[in-house]
Ligand binder design. Structure first.
Ligand code: NDP
Length: 311
C-alpha cells in the first residue's frame, strides 16, 4: 500500500537537509530519502573554509553530519534509500524507492545534486578502482608515497591536487588550456606547492598499464607532442553532471540536465514539485547557495500546500 506524505525531499546534501529543516519547522512532516551518497558531494571534500558560521573551517563530512542532526532535531523522517522512479501525472505525485516503497506526496523537493564526470576514454573504465578515481579525498590514501596524475583545472582539481601533494612525492596536473578555471586563491595554492607539476595545454590520451595503472600518455594540444609519464594513480576532477535523469520527460531541464525553475523561485514546470541545490544550479554550485535554494524550495512548498488547502 502506498504511503501518503505532505512533503518528500529527495537528496541529502546541503540543499536537501536545509529544505528539511525548514519543512519540518513548518510542520510539513517531511520524509527525506538520502540517495546512495548520504551527505552528497561534501562527504568527499576535506576543509570547507567558505561556509559562513565556521570561522575555523570545517571538514565536509562533519558539516553534513551537523546538517543531518539539525534536520533530524525538528523531526524529519530521514531514510537511507534511493528514489528510483517518479510519476508526476496526477495532482498527487508518486515516487518509488529502491526497496519498493511507493510514496504519494503532495509536494516534492528535488535535491539530488550532481555527480563526477569522466573523460570517456576506454582505459579509464578498464582501471576504474584499480588506480583510477574521481575522488582524491576518498582514495588518495591508497597512493601514499607514489606518484600520481590528476586531470582538471577547476576548484575541485586544485583542491584535490593540493590534497594529493601532501601524500604523494609528485602530482602531475594536466590542464587542457593555458589557464586554470579555479579561483585565484586555489590556483596560487597549487602553483606554490613544489611537488605539483602543472602540464599546460595537455590532454590525456590513454592510461597505461596491465593489471594496474603504471603511467599515462598525454599529448600537448598546441605542439602535438606526446609523452608517457609513470604514475600509479590517475584522478579525474573535471566537473559534474546533475543527477536528474529520473526527471527526464517530466521536468524542464537544459541540455546538460540542470533543472529549470521559474525565475526567483524553486518552482519547476510541475505544480508542487520544487528544485534545489546543484540539480538546478550550474553557475554557483556552492554549499551555501545549495542551502539557500533548499530553503527557497521548502518555503515555496509550504506556500503551495497552504494555497491548495493541503495543510
Ligand atoms: P568546473 O566545471 O569548475 O571545472 C572543471 C574543469 O575540468 C575545468 O577546468 C575544465 O576545463 C576541465 N575539464 C572538463 N572536461 C575536461 C576534459 N574532458 N579534459 C580535461 N579537462 C576537462 O568543476 P569543479 O568540479 O572544479 O567545480 C565545480 C564548482 O564547485 C565550481 O563552481 C567551483 O568553484 C566549486 N568548488 C568550490 C570549492 C571550494 O570553494 N572549496 C571546491 C570545489 C569546487 P576548462 O576550464 O578548459 O573548461
Amino acid at each position: 500500500m502506498a504511503e501518503k506524505v505532505k512533503c518528500l525531499i529527495i537528496g541529502s546534501g546541503p540543499a536537501g537537509y536545509t529544505a528539511a529543516v525548514y519543512a519540518a519547522r513548518a510542520e510539513l512532516a517531511p520524509v527525506l530519502y538520502t540517495g546512495a551518497e548520504m551527505g552528497g558531494q561534501l562527504m568527499i571534500t576535506t576543509d570547507v573554509e567558505n561556509y559562513p558560521g565556521y570561522p575555523d573551517g570545517v571538514m565536509g563530512p562533519q558539516m553534513m553530519e551537523d546538517f543531518r542532526k539539525q534536520a533530524a532535531r525538528f523531526g524529519t523522517d530521514i531514510r537511507m534509500g534511493v528514489i528510483k522512479e517518479v510519476d508526476f501525472t496526477g495532482p498527487i505525485h508518486k515516487a518509488i524507492a529502491d526497496d519498493g516503497t511507493e510514496i504519494l506526496a503532495d509536494s516534492i523537493i528535488i535535491s539530488t545534486g550532481a555527480s563526477a564526470k569522466w573523460l570517456g576514454i576506454e582505459s579509464e573504465q578498464k582501471f576504474m578502482n584499480k588506480g583510477v578515481s574521481a575522488c582524491a579525498v576518498c582514495d588518495g590514501f591508497f597512493f601514499k608515497g607514489l606518484d600520481v596524475a590528476l586531470v582538471g583545472a577547476g576548484d575541485t582539481a586544485a583542491e584535490e591536487a593540493t590534497y594529493l601533494a601532501k601524500l604523494c612525492p609528485t602530482v602531475h596536473m594536466f590542464v587542457r588550456r593555458d589557464e586554470m578555471r579555479a579561483s585565484k586563491i586555489m590556483q596560487e595554492r597549487v602553483k606554490n606547492t613544489e611537488n605539483i607539476i602543472i602540464h599546460w595545454n595537455t590532454s590525456t590520451e590513454e592510461i597505461l598499464g596491465n593489471e594496474e595503472v603504471e603511467g599515462v600518455r598525454v599529448v600537448n594540444n598546441k605542439t602535438g607532442e606526446k609523452k608517457e609519464i609513470p604514475v600509479k594513480g590517475f584522478f579525474v576532477a573535471i566537473g559534474h553532471k546533475p543527477n536528474t535523469d529520473m526527471f527526464k520527460g517530466w521536468l524542464d531541464m537544459d541540455e546538460t540536465g540542470y533543472l529549470i525553475c521559474k525565475p526567483d523561485t524553486a518552482k519547476t514546470n510541475i505544480e508542487g514539485v520544487f528544485a534545489s541545490g546543484d540539480a538546478r544550479d550550474k553557475v554557483y554550485r556552492q554549499a551555501v547557495t545549495a542551502a539557500g535554494t533548499g530553503c527557497m524550495a521548502a518555503l515555496d512548498a509550504e506556500r503551495y500546500l497552504t494555497e491548495k488547502g493541503l495543510i
